[in-house]
Design a protein around this ligand. Structure first.
Ligand SMILES: N[C@@H](CCC(=O)N[C@@H](CS)C(=O)NCC(=O)O)C(=O)O
Length: 266
């Protein structure tokens, strides 16, 4: 296999799902790690590879593949064994509906939750001029707005409760899907399950996982997913201790806040 290089970040959920896919397929790859807080994704050399200033980006045989969902399907094309897209057209459609949902707002909502609970602290610790430059250079205005809201209002940001409600609805739909099959898109683990694995880990890290624990089918699926060796290899092994310590400091306050926001219905 021609050499694979992944531009990624240790705690990036989008990077983690690609790393887990690489691990499921036992693919060798070369790591180029970017420090997002240091603005590495905005450096001209990286913007030449990914004009959206985001990780991950895959380089394969001199050709670039951006966008985590696209990268995961690409990897399933270049190394079809084991197959991760579902056994039949309907399972493949289900799989894509799940990954599409992440790309159409759920990822941004998870970003909002992460920022409001934890990442704002990292931004507030930065040199104010460096933070201003980072925000000014950002090409994604919606991301800039999420950061601005989180910096000003933390968990009282207008976008926090809708983001939490969005994830609550996702978990409810996961419960319904798992009543029909062992995995999100049927009887086999697919890119749908893999795509959500880092987000479930993030909900847990942030103390926003009551909604998962309240649904035994989802909780059991999550345990099964996290027990896969590829989860350890692609996700857990990369956890950054400084981020884990930050999550730990914020977790119980976030859990209490989420309980107030969601009321009795978690
Ligand atoms: N749609 C993109 C989203 C990628 C994305 O948002 N990546 C985040 C990390 S998970 C990032 O690079 N953020 C840049 C930053 O924080 O400066 C994908 O799926 O690859």
């Amino acid at each position: 296999m021609t050499e694979l290089t992944l531009y990624h970040n240790d705690m990036s959920v989008c990077s983690a799902k690609v790393r887990m896919t690489l691990a499921e397929k036992a693919l060798e790859w070369e790591s180029v790690h970017l420090d997002l807080r240091a603005g590495d994704a905005q450096a001209p050399e990286y913007v030449a590879l990914n004009p959206n200033q985001v990780v991950p980006t895959l380089l394969h045989g001199g050709r670039l593949v951006p966008e985590s969902t696209v990268i995961c399907e690409y990897l399933d094309d270049v190394r079809p064994d084991p197959p991760l897209r579902g056994a039949d057209p309907h399972a493949r459609a289900q799989m894509r509906l799940w990954t599409k949902r992440l790309d159409e707002g759920a990822h941004a909502a998870a970003g909002m939750l992460s920022l409001c609970v934890a990442f704002r602290e990292q931004h507030l610790d930065r040199d104010p001029d460096a933070l201003r430059r980072y925000l000014a250079a950002m090409v994604d205005a919606a991301r800039r707005e999420r950061i601005a809201q989180a910096l000003e209002f933390a968990m009282d940001a207008p976008g926090f409760a809708p983001a939490l409600a969005r994830w609550q609805a996702i978990v409810a739909d996961m419960d319904a899907a798992l009543a029909r099959g062992r995995w999100l898109a049927g009887e086999a683990c697919t890119l749908a399950d893999i795509a959500y694995a880092p987000y479930l880990a993030r909900l847990e890290h942030l103390g926003l996982d009551d909604m998962v624990r309240a649904r035994p089918r989802v909780a059991e699926w999550w345990l099964r997913l996290a027990a896969r060796p590829a989860f350890q290899e692609g996700v857990t092994r990369w956890f950054n201790p400084a981020y884990l310590a930050l999550f730990e400091r914020q977790r119980e306050r976030a859990r209490a806040h989420a309980r107030r926001v969601l009321g009795g219905d978690r």
